[in-house]
Structure formats: structure tokens, C-alpha cells
Write a protein that binds this ligand. Sequence first.
Ligand code: CTP
Length: 413
Amino acid sequence: MLKGKNIILGITGSIAAYKSAELTSQLVKLGANVTAIMTKAATHFISPLTLSTLSKNKVITDLFETPLNSEVEHINLADKADILLIAPATANIIGKIAAGIADDFLTTFALACKSPILIAPAMNERMYLNPILQENIKKLKKQGVYFVEPEVGNLACGEQGIGRLADVHKIVAAIESILKPTSPLKGKKILITAGGTQEPIDPIRYIGNRSSGKMGYALAGVAKEFGAEVTLISAPTQLEPPAGVQTIFVETASQMRDEVLKAFPTVDIVISAAAVADFSPKEIKTQKIKKTTLPLVIELEKTIDILAELGQKKQVPGLKPVPDLKSVPGLKPDKILVGFAAESENLISNAKAKLKEKNLDLIVANDIKTAFGKDTTQVTIITKDGECEELPLLSKTETAREIMKKISKFLDR
Ligand code: CTP
């Protein structure tokens, strides 16, 4: 199942670095395309030549090595990567990644990498159990980074304890389990909306909101990771769309509605993570409003609730499909609709009401205080069957994975 997978193997300066040779040959045997990135310290323990011979790929040893051809240039490589595996990982690399430091190729790559990261630590027991390192591991796990625990045994320093690099087979099994597409979503078409719409007042001003788009973009990245075909309809954000995701940019609620309705008939799942404006100015001034225009009144009108409209169009079991959907070629009826409820009070009851009113299968309730603009969020996932699961505070990527797992259960039925 690793056939054709692009595995980036980061190797750092631990005595266990020699095991990366066996790891590389195992992965290559399983059909993976391995590209090794070695830190400077790693090159003291194992030669780049060994790894390039085993992987049949160029080994990257330094950020400033010139010239890097476009094939191995770090952003390209990050786009291509199915997984970044760091084995062995020293306390130093774990600390640097946890702190967001990017001072060599491997750390820069880790920061640019949007694919899953798997870390296999190897070090002396006292270092491994050091609270600072454990704190760093905890922090990275919260961000969605995976770990293969080291093993107990004889350590290079002559001591006994925990810290030996996990067995190569265990590392390979961990990669397989991470890359195994959660089958129900594989090949499914998912439409995701993200960001906060902007409703123009005049040529330079608009009514907007504080949505960063991070949750929607994380969902798009994770859906791709789960093997889905993803279309992202995005209101303005500061974010880079995840690789391999078809992205359509819009500004207003009305433009978002147009694009969503176009895509809707042929998708299996819709996740409406966008903060769609509920009101827009009735009239958009063609010229800039001068500050002397006083008193200034901007009359607002309600926008159309896109998700509620989809809820009406969605086939309800036992009812005939709505005629305008029936005639569309490639129509997929029984769609799964997922909404978000951004609330500042009565979180669960308001979210449940939205789930029902908009005819959704699942709603993700979040308190605006813990979510808007942040990298982490704390949500409760409520299903139409009455299931209500409160997740802990997690990175948006990790939250997106949990949401996808819940959606997968609906597809399993
Ligand atoms: N939504 C939508 N179109 C709108 C408004 C909201 O598609 N015009 C979607 C959002 O993307 C979200 C869900 O509806 O998935 C709930 O949005 P939210 O802002 O929490 O609630 P509203 O329905 O707008 O109600 P209120 O603002 O009164 O809480």
C-alpha cells in the first residue's frame, strides 16, 4: 500500500541514524519513493551516499546547497510529499519543530510541509523523559503530528531504558496506518466553503467578519489526505490553498451561493465552514462615499442562507428529489450536509436548532471566543441522530480529522 507514495525521510544526528539505511530499503521494497533529508549532524553518523544508493534519489544535506534543481527544491518537495517521517529524531529537532524554528533544510521543510508528519524519537532515557522534551512532544501531538514511541532496551550510552529508536517494522506500520485512506471518503467529492465573505459598501469599503478561514482550509487539506476529491470555495483569506485542492475564490455571499449551487448537484458531501455574511448593503455605491456624506445610513438586507437552501434541495429519505436536481447529469442524491454553528451563547441548543432548521446531518458547534482567527479550536460535533461529542482543545487540523472521521461513519451506513 506504500506503492508510489512519496516519503520524505528526515534523518537527524543520533547514533540510531544508521538504522535509516534499513528503513529506506524497507520502504523502497514496498514501492515507496524515498527522498532523504539529512541534518548536518546526521551526516557524521551515516553517509549520504549510502542513502542515495538505497533510495536511488538525491539526498538533501543542506538548505544552502546549490543549485537545487526544481525537482528537489523544498517547496516542490513539500507539495509532492505524502508524509514526512523523521527517524531517528533527536530532542533537538523535536524542540526546533515545536518552536517553529527553520534554520536548515529539514526544519524549513517541516514548517512548509502540509502532509502528515511522523516522528520516531531516539535518544538517551533522561533526555527522552525530560519534561521540556515531553512538553514539546505534547505540543506537536496537539498540532496533529504523529509519534512512534521509542523502545526500552540498551542505549548507546551504555545505560538501559526508554529511548531506542522504534523497530523499523513498527515505523513502517505507523506510516501505513497514517496513509491508509479512511476508505469511506476515498474518491468522494467534497465541497467545502471557507473564510469570511465581504459585502461591498462602495469601491473600497466592505462589511466583513473575523473569520480567518483556517478551519475550512484545514478541512480541505485533511479531506484530501483522506483521499477525497475536494473543491474549496473560499472567501478572502490570508491562506495558501492546500495542494491538490480545486479552489474557487469568491468575495460576497451571493458569489459564494452561485458557486456552491453550481457544484452542489455532483458532490457527495458539503461542509459549510464559511462565515457567510447574514446582511449585505442594499445598494453598493459606485463612487467612494465622501466623509462629508452625513448623516450616513447604510441600509442592509438579508443575504440568502446558502446552507439552508442546500438543506431544502437535499433529498430527504422517503420524499421525491427536488425536480431541479433530478434533471442534472451526474446528480448524486443523498448528500451529507455539514454545517458550523458559531455561537456566543447557548452553544449546544442553538447548534441543535440550526441542525434541524437547515436539514443537516451533522453540525460542528464552536464558541466564537475559542475559534475565530486562532490555530486551535474546541468544538462539539452533533449529529442528526442525537450524538453529541465534545472534543478537547485541538489544532484545527486535528479537529478536521475528527470531523472527517464522523462524516466517514455516515458514509459507512
Ligand atoms: N450559512 C450559510 N449562509 C448564510 C449564513 C450561514 O450557508 N447566509 C452557514 C454557515 O456556513 C454555517 C451555518 O450556516 O455552516 C450556520 O452559520 P451561523 O453564522 O452559525 O448561523 P446563522 O444561520 O447565520 O444564524 P445566526 O447568525 O443568527 O446565529
